[in-house]
Design a protein around this ligand. Sequence first.
Ligand code: COA
Length: 162
Amino acid sequence: MRVGVYPGTFDPVTWGHLDIIQRAGRLVDHLIVSIADNPKKNPLFTVEQRVELLQKSIAGLNESFSWSVLSFSGLLVDHAHEIKANVMIRGLRAVSDFDYEFQITNANYCLADDLETIFLMARDKYHFVSSSLVKEIASFKGDVGKFVPDGVAQELMKKFNI
Ligand code: COA
């Protein structure tokens, strides 16, 4: 069985992430979306909230595939081994993502050469979307409806007392 892991911070999940999730779901038998518990990123949402937002958002997609949502702390390669993933999936939005992804992918190959990483190119309409951008728009009471599912937009509004 081919198990894929799509790791990220997902603070919060966006339509850009969900597009990658849906497409990755077609490539593997089971997709595990894994939320990195990295306090250094000073996330707006707790890990538990991010798990819940991801679960509701994936359940709302109009395509069915086998998936689950987990969280992890520590090294991604250790987590991938624990959950018996064969492949790690990352999205690439623009050339600017490349340097960072090149660095972490090669570090991951050095740490665990049994784990392959594959990249899915983000669709052009999502090239500029990031969680930070969405949080900034929401913090100024802007409409984030085009970037995140309704449930995520509602939670963002609560966070910013809108
Ligand atoms: N659509 C929308 N946004 C996207 C996106 C897409 N397709 N792809 C990336 N992004 C955005 C995210 O929203 C996020 O935006 P933000 O910085 O504004 O929050 C940004 O790109 C970073 O993406 P993310 O996928 O969350 O990556 P990350 O830099 O937070 O890294 C891990 C996540 C899990 C891969 C990384 O932290 C990790 O491996 N952690 C474990 C520790 C470890 O093993 N380290 C050693 C690796 S060498």
